[in-house]
Design a protein around this ligand. Structure first.
Ligand code: SF4
Ligand code: SF4
Length: 423
């Protein structure tokens, strides 16, 4: 499909026409709070997309600049009274821009390595994680802060790594149910999630086992394709989607994931691939908090002492509309006091690879989030997405807060361990 076909497609044009220019989305937009300009708010971005669709402005220039600055957090979609499908419109406009843009040889190489050679190969990512952990242990990564300004992005990527990379990987296989067997689920391990936050995957499997589920970590699964899709590489995203649909074809009650960004993409397969197998796959995808809130057959009995605040993953809250389940699970843990943020609907600045591509804006957005977190005096900062977890780790260090960043399932896992139920 050409860029013009995409921009003149009737679904795209109708979506744009749904905007009644009321401006109610502006206060919800984190980039509007940073830049204070109409073009860095949803209404302005929609006006730019409409202008491009009508051929009044080119795809380069203002359109690309202001869409690049958009986090894709979809907070605007949640508050829009007119039901503007902002996320879908943004994706279409980004795909059109990418089709017209000429990539430099260096950019093509980086994209090939990241999107085709690394992210789809979790076995390779595990090797990279082991190597990175080794470099961490001998102190070599700490030298990254002395990198020259020309390598600013690399320096920032190193700053986003967890202080200790876990190598507690979740290998393909069947993990048996503990206690009374309730069913059989499949688990999607992700790519960066498994490489950098393997301990969260391990905790997810344990918590599902403790609630009576046999957990299948199916071979052949791969990256969800969200990064490829968001940077405009539709062909790679579709190929990964087909591979995942084939890998999870077995009979599972649910296909569980623990990262809001991946889950949103997996649920999109129905629309992206448009066939019955993809629809059937997407209907079974659930975030682990969504699943456990309905299937917590064995609520934890022992307390985890502390104060917890919950930072919503935008793709869980705004894209998947999963808001209450993580909170219900936190409330089910004895001894834990849940304190809400004043702006739980605002992005933390992670947004896929946004914090690597736009570090200054991402840090301004992160600082607003951390100011909110600091107000809660929480000892645990809980979240449900890989990027948010890494960004919050960085934020807690940057703000020197005495708080531990965790996934919601890690707190459940801690509560079970406190009652002496380590498998
Ligand atoms: S809230 Fe919806 S209708 Fe109003 S300006 Fe924003 S996108 Fe348009
Ligand atoms: S997706 Fe997020 S950053 Fe982008 S316009 Fe909507 S609220 Fe603003």
């Amino acid at each position: 499909m050409t860029a013009n076909d995409r921009l003149r497609d009737v679904t795209f044009v109708n979506g744009l026409q749904q905007c009644v220019h009321c401006g109610l989305c502006l206060p919800a937009c984190p980039t509007y709070h940073v830049f204070h300009t109409e073009m860095d708010a949803p209404r302005g971005r929609l006006a730019l997309m409409a202008a491009a669709s009508e051929g009044r402005i080119p795809l380069e220039g203002a359109l690309r600049t202001h869409l690049d600055r958009c986090l894709g957090c979809r907070a605007c979609e949640t508050v829009c009274p007119s039901g503007v499908p902002y996320g879908a419109l943004l994706e279409t406009a980004r795909l059109a821009i990418e089709e017209e843009r000429t990539q430099s040889p260096a950019e093509r190489l980086v994209r090939f390595l990241a999107l085709r050679a690394l992210l789809p190969r979790v076995d390779r990512l595990r090797h990279v994680a082991r190597l990175t952990r080794g470099l961490q242990q001998i102190g070599l990564l700490a030298l990254a802060r002395h990198l020259p300004p020309s390598l600013e992005r690399l320096r920032h990527m190193v700053a986003l790594l967890p202080p200790t990379i876990s190598t507690q990987f979740t290998a393909p296989g069947v993990y048996p149910a503990r206690g009374k067997r309730r069913g059989r689920v499949a688990f999607f391990v992700g790519c960066v999630q498994e490489a950098l936050l393997a301990h969260v995957n391990a905790a997810t499997v344990r918590v599902l086992q403790r609630n009576g589920y046999e957990v299948h970590v199916v071979p052949g699964q791969t990256c969800c394709g969200a990064v490829a899709y968001h940077v405009g590489d539709e062909a790679t995203a579709l190929e990964l989607a087909r591979r995942n649909v084939a890998a999870f074809a077995g009979e599972y009650e649910a296909i569980i994931n623990n990262a809001g960004g991946c889950g949103a993409m997996l649920k999109e397969y129905a629309k992206l691939l448009g066939d019955d197998r993809a629809r059937e796959f997407a209907a079974r995808v659930q975030d682990v908090t969504e699943f456990l809130a309905e299937h917590l057959h064995r609520p934890p009995a022992k307390p985890v002492a502390g104060r917890v605040t919950y930072v919503d993953s935008c793709h869980l809250r705004h894209a998947q509309r999963v808001v209450e389940p993580p909170r219900r699970l936190l409330a089910a843990i004895p001894g834990l006091e849940l304190v809400e943020l004043s702006r739980p609907d605002h992005c933390c600045g992670s947004a896929g690879v946004y914090n690597i591509l736009h570090p200054e804006t991402a840090e301004a957005i992160l600082d607003a989030k951390m100011a909110d977190v600091a107000q809660t005096r929480a000892t645990f900062v809980a979240t449900t997405n890989t990027g948010c977890y890494l960004q919050l780790l960085h934020g807690v260090r940057r703000w020197a807060l005495d708080a531990r960043v965790v996934h919601v399932v890690e707190l459940l896992d801690m509560a079970y361990e406190a009652q002496g139920e380590t498998p």
